[in-house]
Ligand binder design. Structure first.
Ligand SMILES: Nc1ncnc2c1ncn2[C@@H]1O[C@H](COP(=O)(O)OP(=O)(O)OP(=O)(O)O)[C@@H](O)[C@H]1O
Ligand SMILES: [Mg+2]
Length: 537
């Protein structure tokens, strides 16, 4: 499902992160509270993690509060409603219906609680009066915190489940004013038995709120950064969204590369590929099908990724000066990473760039590392470079023509990626043997080319790297090459690196012909043994 947080079967992996949260929840249950701050870029999967955690942890009462924007009176009423609802859930009454936050409902929720526990009648009447008198935000906030306090006291005096207070898009709280953080801190300190989990997609704001020593909340949260999927998870996830549709390893790697492993983009392109396979009635993703999927998702205004990139920019930045922001972003997308390069591209004096660059960093669109500016989001970089500039800034008038240009640029990119990837893999395989102390080469012997050539004591060691399922034909071709070499040189060993597997027949002919066959496991084990990182896929 796109654009909605995912839980249960749809929620993929995040094993380490979920384990970490699970550990914290056990600690909380045994009286050792560590509040959590989840920080990660937009759409990285924070809300999914929270919802999945809630689903898996029924030994807590969850109070999930989504701070959509700068809190207003309406927002506080909604929060009040959701805290009241959590109270009802706490006592297992009245949660069998949907409660809209109308005045009538809020009052009814408050009054229901009186019936359950007359001890808090006072608070309930206060809530009723506040609604009747259309109370201001401050008063509503006091009532909310008062309710949470009451809930936490129940925990102390009874065997009730402990309360987890979850604030999603927590940074929006800070927009309301400085004193709110101080108020939250006081409550957080007082109620040691309420566990706080907060999440936010504005990285710089979240850092300022929970990790800056000047913030009232400093030291009260442990930060967990939510990043994209690792390569192997991204691969498994993408393959599972394709649901049996075949795709080459190179194309898989390419998609993971351009999406940076962010689940939202993987899901979006994966679903598009499924649509295309269905429309074209094919079971196999050709390069053309891949190009079409990327075009539909990224190039067309109706595409998910197009819309997302567009909104990301429009929502993160103010309208005034948007053109300058876009030009700076385009400059970086086109490979201008230094201040002077950006100034040259923008054709403006450097002094006028300081503020917009700071804004772009504060809004998490770009990151600055050691005087180098980069786009934070790989898909946004691709969109700016290959879509925005082409669609909005080029002089090509027809959309069809622009689409052709787009597809040919992406096609070239896929080819370059394939070449680069091949070279990277081969050199990482050669590295294994260099590390073992051999002098390693690659290239031609006569007219035959090899990816690995070692002049060993027992004759030549020759190797060939294959990125694709190896079949018997390929084994025989390799054998032919080796036969030719054997006429002039002694060959000690031949290794076939079948990184993406091989057919059973191919394996058998390798064994019959004394060719060693190394699969990805073997390559990575060797690399690990020698202290090298796993193979770059
Ligand atoms: N663990 C996951 N398994 C499968 N898909 C995921 C996962 N996490 C995220 N996604 C995909 O990414 C999308 C966005 O996820 P989610 O809403 O949880 O992110 P978020 O970080 O809360 O985003 P936002 O910044 O919009 O609040 C989901 O709709 C889903 O397609
Ligand atoms: Mg979210």
């Amino acid at each position: 499902m796109l654009n909605e947080p995912v839980v249960g079967d749809e929620f993929f992996d995040r094993t380490d992160l979920m384990k970490n949260l699970g550990l914290r929840s056990e600690q909380m249950l045994s009286g050792n509270r560590r509040n959590i701050g989840l920080i990660g870029l937009r759409k990285v999967g924070k809300t999914s993690i929270i919802w999945e955690f809630m689903r898996q942890n029924s030994h807590f009462v969850h109070n999930y509060i989504y701070i959509k924007e700068k809190p207003t009176k309406t927002m506080f009423r909604k929060i009040l409603g959701s805290v009241l609802y959590a109270c009802m859930e706490h006592f297992d009454v009245g949660t069998d219906q949907i409660w809209m936050t109308t005045d009538k409902n809020l009052k009814e929720l408050a009054m229901r609680w009186v019936q359950v526990d007359p001890m808090i009648a006072k608070l309930s009447f206060e809530i009723r009066d506040a609604i009747n008198e259309d109370a201001e935000s401050e008063e509503l906030l006091d009532l909310i915190l008062g309710l949470i306090k009451k809930l936490s006291e129940y925990k102390e005096t009874s065997n009730q489940k402990p309360l987890v207070l979850i604030f999603d898009e927590f940074q929006n709280f800070a927009l309301w004013g400085d004193n709110i953080l101080e108020t939250l801190r006081e409550n957080l300190m007082m109620q040691k038995n309420v566990w706080w989990i907060v999440a936010g997609s504005s990285i710089s704001m979240m850092e300022n709120i929970i990790n800056a020593s000047s913030s009232p909340l400093y030291g009260h949260f442990e930060t967990i950064y939510v990043g994209p999927f690792e390569y192997s998870d991204a691969r498994t996830y993408l393959t599972s969204t394709l649901d049996g549709i075949l795709i080459s390893e190179t194309h898989l790697s390419y998609i993971i590369d351009i999406t940076g492993g962010y689940p939202y983009y993987l899901a979006s392109i994966g679903l598009k590929l499924c649509d295309i396979a269905q429309d074209w009635n094919v079971h196999d993703i050709s390069k053309n099908a891949l190009l079409e999927a990327i075009a539909q998702d990224v190039f067309y205004r109706s595409g998910n990724i197009y819309k997302h990139c567009h909104q990301l920019i429009v929502n993160s930045l103010e309208k005034k000066g948007l053109d300058t922001y876009l030009t700076i972003l385009s400059a970086i997308a086109l490979g201008n990473h230094r201040f002077s390069e950006i100034a040259r591209y923008v054709e403006k004096p450097g002094s006028s760039l300081t503020y917009p660059l700071e804004r772009l960093i504060a809004s998490d669109l770009i990151v600055k590392n050691d005087k180098r500016y980069d786009l934070a989001d790989p898909i946004l970089a691709l969109w700016l470079k290959h879509v925005y500039i082409l669609r909005e800034e080029s002089y090509i008038p027809e959309l069809e023509l622009k689409l052709d240009v787009f597809k040919s640029q992406i096609s070239q990119m896929i080819d370059d990626f394939k070449d680069e990837l091949g070279h990277a893999r081969e050199s990482q395989i050669r590295e294994i043997f260099t590390k073992k102390g051999y002098t390693v080469a690659s290239g031609n012997i006569g007219k035959d080319e090899f990816d690995l050539i070692i002049d060993g004591d027992e004759g030549l060691i020759l190797g060939e790297v294959k990125a694709g399922n190896v079949n018997t034909d390929q084994v025989y071709k390799l054998l032919d090459k080796v036969k030719r070499i054997k006429k002039v040189r002694a060959v000690g060993k031949v290794i076939l690196f079948a990184l993406f597997g091989s057919s059973e027949q191919a394996k058998r002919s390798c064994i019959e012909n004394e060719i060693e066959i190394w699969d990805i496991e073997k390559v990575n084990n060797e690399r690990k043994r020698l202290g090298l990182v796993r193979l770059k896929m």
